[in-house]
Write a protein that binds this ligand. Structure first.
Ligand code: PLP
Length: 363
């Protein structure tokens, strides 16, 4: 009989060695590390929508009676609704259990073991994580000091084994956007170019209209941020129409569960309401940025998303993060060499900003 060690040794070697993704912890866990009650905590580490989901979503989820059935594996109604929302063809859309799911499916579709994927850190951690799980090789091309893309370095590094590149715009955690000319330069390199627009509702600048003109462009979107349903897992990709059948074929058949299905449809019936919360967050982002700018030891970066990255000077960013946690204000700290001197703060409600600033001033 095999012993435990022998079974462990059967795990794919690449996966055994790879680092884990660091997700955000749930509020209950964070609260245990703070000195305040759950009611007094402020969760600003996941770029979530502090206003919650549309009230229509809440009602429709409670009313829905068909949870005993499997959802539609072809996502017909959801894709039709997304087509209406985006102005793109339903045949160019695939939905996923969050855009994380699409990142994973795209990599599994295109990447053979050993093929290379370009990643431009600091950026979203799921790109290298899913690449490694797919057996691909991550090639890092760090962003410049101002967090813009280093296009000449990207061009230099791409070789015959390089197949795909991820660009988040606005980028998480830096908040800046790639411009259309840069994306066009990348598209001309003939790599599968995945532009991740998770925060596009806060920036208003999208490249989806370019998808029909480029055979190698995929744009990802999510309902987690603007629509306030991160917990239900709903995202989608706008893709070249000939690629869609392959993505649909290899995804988990029921990746959009019925709660996500209901929530997507109802959110899209309440876009005006959701847009009003987006507007409130954009307004608050600018107020928070101004307030953070006044703290001498912080350097906030302008953001087109619903969070603000700040460089921490003259003190340890990790100590600030832990000190805020103690006060029940949960912000994001990344234990990576390139981000060890930074904190990221998600935008909250207007009443949250003075509390954030007072706590920071107390550090
Ligand atoms: C750039 C970016 N892409 C994708 C995601 C994941 O979104 P979802 O919740 O749809 O999986 C995030 C979440 O933080 C993100 O920052």
């Amino acid at each position: 009989m095999l012993n435990k060690k022998e079974v462990e040794n059967m795990i794919r070697s690449g996966l055994k060695a790879m680092g884990a993704y660091t997700p955000v912890d749930p509020a209950e866990v964070l609260t245990q590390r703070s000195e305040v009650s759950a009611r007094q905590t402020l969760k600003l580490d996941g770029n979530e929508n502090p206003y919650g989901c549309s009230p229509r979503v809440q009602k429709a989820l409670a009313k829905y009676r068909e949870y005993n059935r499997y959802p539609d594996p072809d996502q017909r109604e959801v894709r039709r609704a997304l087509a209406k929302y985006t102005g793109m063809k339903a045949g160019s859309i695939v939905a996923g259990a969050g855009s994380d799911d699409l990142i994973d499916i795209i990599l599994r579709l295109f990447i053979q073991p050993g093929e290379k994927v370009i990643n431009c850190p600091p950026t979203f951690g799921m790109y290298p994580f899913c690449t490694e799980i797919a057996g691909g090789k991550v090639v890092k091309v760090p962003r410049r000091k101002d967090f813009s893309l280093d296009i000449p370095a990207i061009k230099k590094v791409a070789d015959k084994k390089t197949k795909l590149i991820f660009i988040a715009s606005p980028n998480n955690p830096t908040g800046n956007q790639a411009d259309e000319a840069e994306i066009k330069e990348l598209l001309a390199m003939n790599l599968i170019t995945v532009v991740d627009e998770a925060y596009v509702e806060f920036s208003g600048k999208s490249l989806i209209k370019m998808v029909p003109r480029y055979a190698n462009l995929i744009v990802l979107r999510t309902f987690s941020k603007w629509a306030g349903i991160a917990g239900l897992r709903a995202g989608y990709g706008i893709c070249p129409t000939n690629i869609v059948p392959y993505l649909l074929k290899i995804k988990q058949p029921y990746n959009i569960n019925l709660a996500a299905h209901v929530a997507i449809l109802e959110s899209l019936k309440d876009v005006d309401y959701l847009q009003s919360t987006v507007k409130a967050m954009v307004k608050e982002r600018d107020r928070l940025y101004q307030a953070l700018s006044k703290i001498k030891w912080l350097k906030p970066y302008p953001s087109a998303a619903n969070f603000i990255l700040c460089a921490v000077r003259d003190r340890s960013a990790k100590t600030v993060y832990l000190g805020m946690q103690k006060k029940g204000i949960f912000i994001r700290y990344f234990e990576t060499p390139e981000l060890k001197d930074y904190i990221r703060i998600s935008v909250g409600k207007p009443e949250d900003t003075p509390r954030i600033i007072a706590a920071l001033k107390d550090m």
